[in-house]
Design a protein around this ligand. Structure first.
Ligand code: NAP
Length: 254
């Protein structure tokens, strides 16, 4: 039997990159997957196509997480998508994956960029969890996508790293808060994964080789490398794991 049969999973930022990989994996495991996206509808529809071609169930919904009313928009669109399938607003799994980068070094930082990163990477995940409380079934799962940038100095993207540090702190506190309901909360931290987010850092073969060399396996990660870790954490097998920072970096800088 499929391990997530009968469960409903929400993956934020599932139109591209790691989020798409997570959506594919959870759908393969039998979940109905709500594919959230910010603006790239075409990419979100591609995610749906991939899932449906493999016999999975999914629908897409849009909410720009930078907007002040992001959480209301998010849950209104999610509820509408679930209602179209004849389902109520309850769900079992929330993967806070959507994030934005590009903060640059200290001297490059502007107040606008800081506010954008905090809104999308910190405020939205926190308030999405708050908004999920009346909807998530007991025994549910929350996975927050963090980054190796919280354990290794990353001055190239100072504010981005700071927002991911907030994700780690939030994960720890929420695990304690939601434990009595049997809900686990964990953070998964990728190292470099080949996605649009770091396309500029992979512009030349030499740059790719340098990033690959950070891992003991001498390659850059794939979305599936991260999705498979998330797939485990949301499964029943991971019921005794909560409040953890799970390093999924391929042994970066060991
Ligand atoms: P990506 O390819 O750039 O995709 C970002 C996703 O987030 C897209 O689905 C995008 O939606 C969504 N998103 C961005 N801004 C949004 C907004 N304002 N409102 C709503 N949705 C928004 O990123 P990725 O590399 O897959 O990263 C996924 C997660 O892994 C992030 O949390 C990132 O910090 C983390 N991470 C990535 C790496 C890496 O090397 N790639 C390393 C460590 C951690 P649209 O398609 O609609 O724009």
């Amino acid at each position: 039997m499929s391990p997530l049969a009968g469960r409903t999973a929400i993956v934020t930022g599932a139109s591209r990159g790691i989020g798409r990989g997570i959506a594919e994996r959870l759908a393969r495991d039998g979940a109905l997957v709500a594919v959230h996206y910010g603006s790239n509808e075409k990419a979100a529809l591609e995610t749906l196509e991939i899932i449906r071609e493999r016999g999975g169930r999914a629908f897409a919904f849009r909410a720009d997480l930078e907007e002040p009313d992001a959480v209301d928009t998010f849950y209104a669109a999610l509820d509408a998508g679930l209602a179209e399938l004849g389902q109520g607003p309850e769900f079992d799994i929330l993967v806070n994956n959507a994030a934005t980068s590009g903060s640059g070094r200290l001297h490059q930082l502007t107040s606008e960029v800081f506010d954008r990163l905090v809104a999308v990477n910190v405020k939205a995940p926190l308030f999405l969890v708050q908004g999920s409380l009346g909807r998530m079934r007991d025994g549910g799962r929350i996975v927050n996508i963090s980054s190796a940038a919280t354990k290794h100095a990353f001055p190239d993207s100072l504010t981005y790293a700071m927002t991911k540090g907030a994700i780690d702190t939030m994960t720890l506190a929420l695990a304690k808060e939601l434990g009595p309901r049997g809900i686990t909360v964990n953070a998964v931290a990728p190292g470099y994964v080949a996605t649009d987010m770091n396309a500029r850092r992979r512009a030349t073969p030499e740059a790719c080789a340098a990033l690959a060399a950070l891992s003991v396996f001498n390659r850059i990660g794939t979305p599936a490398d991260i999705a498979d870790v998330v797939g485990f954490l949301v499964s029943d097998d991971a019921r005794w794991i909560t409040g953890q920072y799970v390093d999924a970096t391929g042994g970066t800088s060991l």
